[in-house]
Design a protein around this ligand. Structure first.
Ligand code: IPM
Ligand code: MN
Length: 330
């Protein structure tokens, strides 16, 4: 049966890279019933639509959402990010952001293979706070971080379940417990309590600043990393940088309870500076589509696509997509 997919190409290079991902899935023989949604900065500038409740409820009827990238320099920062991307993450309860990293870090000779599980619905991303006396010398801005026992626990549990399926069976908690003592303590206690239920999974803890060093100097120590929303955002750009570049970094925004569609997108942004020039690397979008196929149970096709993404050579967006599609076709 065809998978019912919503495609949000979005802004900048987004539509270019999602087109390649669709092409590769088709080459893999995946039957898709896909519907394009014209959303993002360009649409907002045209008629004000960001993500209305009507469109959101339409999206709920799909098996999955494939997203390119959103954001344009013509719209103030946060409008599209918060109104579209974060709204989907929150409203569809995509509480796990899974970002796998495989590659050989600069200065290393042995490849690493680890995955970051980023909490995706809480932390500083909830938008708690406000501003007083804006634009004056006495301006005050606060930005809170919301951490719930339920939210932390379901994310940590997902990380342990994932580690259990992997060879090394190891989970590292990354936080900043020495400074963020309230949130950090909640994360640490929750992590330790969940860990006790998984005696077969080994654990470690790193402060986030130390983790930045290890990502570069000793990435092999990691198997599964679990962390909060903002630390996970920052660390996964670093993860991309040490794993062949951000052009290869894929991600899955998951609702593991499957009460609605999950969303799959490259880690990179809309890159307006190279949009429309056939220059963007489509590999991250194609690997994100592979994560989508994993989640839809098409694991054989997903594995074939991943293998085909190995070093597809230099070239423009369409030619890299063509190379990968041809390899997938076999
Ligand atoms: C990401 C992006 C988003 C985030 C932005 C576009 C809101 O950087 O998916 O990593 O911060 O989560
Ligand atoms: Mn990011």
């Amino acid at each position: 049966m065809a998978h019912k997919i919503a495609v949000i190409g979005g802004d900048g290079i987004g539509p270019e890279v999602t087109a390649q991902a669709l092409k590769v899935m088709e080459a893999a023989g995946i039957e898709l019933d896909s519907t394009d949604f014209d959303l993002g900065g360009a649409r907002y500038l045209r008629d004000g639509e960001i993500l209305s409740d009507e469109v959101l409820s339409e999206l709920r009827g799909f098996d999955a959402i494939l997203l390119g990238a959103v954001g344009t320099p013509d719209v103030p920062p946060g409008v599209i990010e918060r109104g579209l991307l974060l709204k989907m993450r929150f409203e569809l309860d995509l509480y796990v952001n899974q970002r796998p990293f495989q590659g050989t870090a600069p200065g290393h000779s042995i490849p690493h293979d680890f995955v970051v599980i980023r909490e995706n619905t809480e932390g500083p991303y909830v938008g708690e706070g406000g501003v007083l006396r804006k634009g004056t010398a006495n301006e005050v801005a606060t930005q809170g971080s919301v951490n719930t026992r339920m939210g932390v626990e379901r994310c940590v549990r997902y990380a342990f379940d994932l580690a259990r399926q992997r060879d090394r069976k190891h989970v590292t908690l990354v936080h900043k417990t020495n400074v963020l003592t309230f949130a950090g303590n909640l994360w640490e206690r929750t992590f330790d309590e969940v860990a006790a239920e998984y005696p077969d999974v080994a654990t470690a803890y790193n402060h986030v600043d130390a983790a930045c060093i290890y990502f570069v100097q000793d990435p092999h120590r990691y198997d599964v990393v679990v962390t909060d929303n903002l630390f996970g955002d920052i660390l996964t750009d670093l993860g991309g940088a040490v794993s062949g570049g951000i052009g290869l970094a894929s991600s899955a925004n998951l609702n593991p309870a499957r009460t609605g569609p999950s969303m799959f997108e490259p880690v990179h942004g809309s890159a307006p500076d190279i949009a429309g020039q056939n220059k963007a690397n489509p590999t991250a979008a194609i690997l994100s589509a592979a994560l989508m196929l994993d989640f839809l149970g098409e694991t054989a096709a997903a594995d074939r696509i991943r293998a085909a993404c190995d070093d597809p050579g230099a070239g423009g967006t369409t030619s890299v997509g063509d190379t990968i599609a041809a390899r997938v076709r076999g």
